[in-house]
Design a protein around this ligand. Structure first.
Ligand SMILES: Nc1ncnc2c1ncn2[C@@H]1O[C@H](COP(=O)(O)OP(=O)(O)OP(=O)(O)O)[C@@H](O)[C@H]1O
Ligand SMILES: [Mg+2]
Length: 227
């Protein structure tokens, strides 16, 4: 594909060292949310598990429109990521560290979903070192973290504690819009539908909308108001 208008797209990498933090779920839903807002989107699935590829395939087989275009690992990955004029979403995990570093090196921003637990906070701190390494001597992408899979029970304080620690880490911005633990995300991945297509009005949809608007204020969302 050629960048016909000479305008490089916005490269958003969704990454984390730990598995199961929601990278693919967030990438899939963000891709469809952006398309709903009229944004051209391509996604890259750089994880050998290929979850994003598989869910996009389910969507295609079921005939749901619009499809989500998902590319896999390619030669010249850095150059490839930069040829698209629209929104570029990249799903990458620790199983492919080389691809993770390449994607981070050309990213405009790195979005990090963090489940509310101490090991996830530790892993996020280690991840920041990897970002440092991958971008040493070059431009630094914006680093945006948010809590995913927050407990819906108000007596459980782990999400508050996780946000408090994340908010103090240097070099990253905490997005104060959590995604809570909601069963609709599992349905989203298994059925190939975005959560907003599964349910028009639900807490999960409102929460995701707030997060997506904070991440993409240029789509008509509110400006990022980070801690
Ligand atoms: N906020 C949430 N509430 C409930 N379930 C969630 C939430 N976020 C993700 N999940 C579910 O958790 C599981 C793992 O999510 P996902 O595959 O997106 O994580 P991942 O970070 O991409 O994992 P991996 O590192 O293995 O690629 C999936 O079944 C997904 O639907
Ligand atoms: Mg994944």
């Amino acid at each position: 594909m050629k960048n016909t208008n000479n305008k490089k797209g916005l490269i958003t990498v969704i990454a984390n060292l730990k598995g199961g933090s929601g990278k693919s779920t967030v990438a899939f839903n963000l891709g469809l949310w952006l398309q709903k807002k009229g944004q051209p989107v391509v996604a890259y699935d750089l994880d050998p598990q290929c979850t994003l590829t598989d869910v996009a395939e389910v969507r295609r087989e079921e005939g749901y429109a619009p499809p989500l275009v998902v590319y896999q690992q390619r030669d010249n990955l850095r150059e490839q990521l930069q040829i698209h004029p629209g929104q570029v979403l990249v799903d990458v995990g620790a199983a492919n560290m080389a691809a993770m570093k390449d994607a981070i090196a050309v990213a405009d921003r790195v979005v990090v979903p963090v489940p509310p637990s101490q090991p996830d906070v530790w892993a996020t701190q280690r991840f920041l070192h990897i970002v440092e390494e991958a971008t040493a001597g070059s431009h630094k992408p914006e680093l945006l973290v948010f809590v995913n899979r927050a407990d819906t029970h108000c007596a459980v304080r782990e999400s508050d504690e996780t946000e408090a620690v994340l908010g103090q880490l240097e070099g990253i911005s905490l997005i104060p819009h959590r995604l809570y633990q909601r069963t609709i995300y599992r349905r989203s991945l298994s059925e190939g539908l975005a959560i907003h297509e599964l349910s028009r009005r639900s807490k999960a949809v409102a929460e995701f909308d707030a997060l997506a608007k904070a991440l993409f204020p240029q789509t008509g969302g509110t400006k990022l108001n980070m801690h």
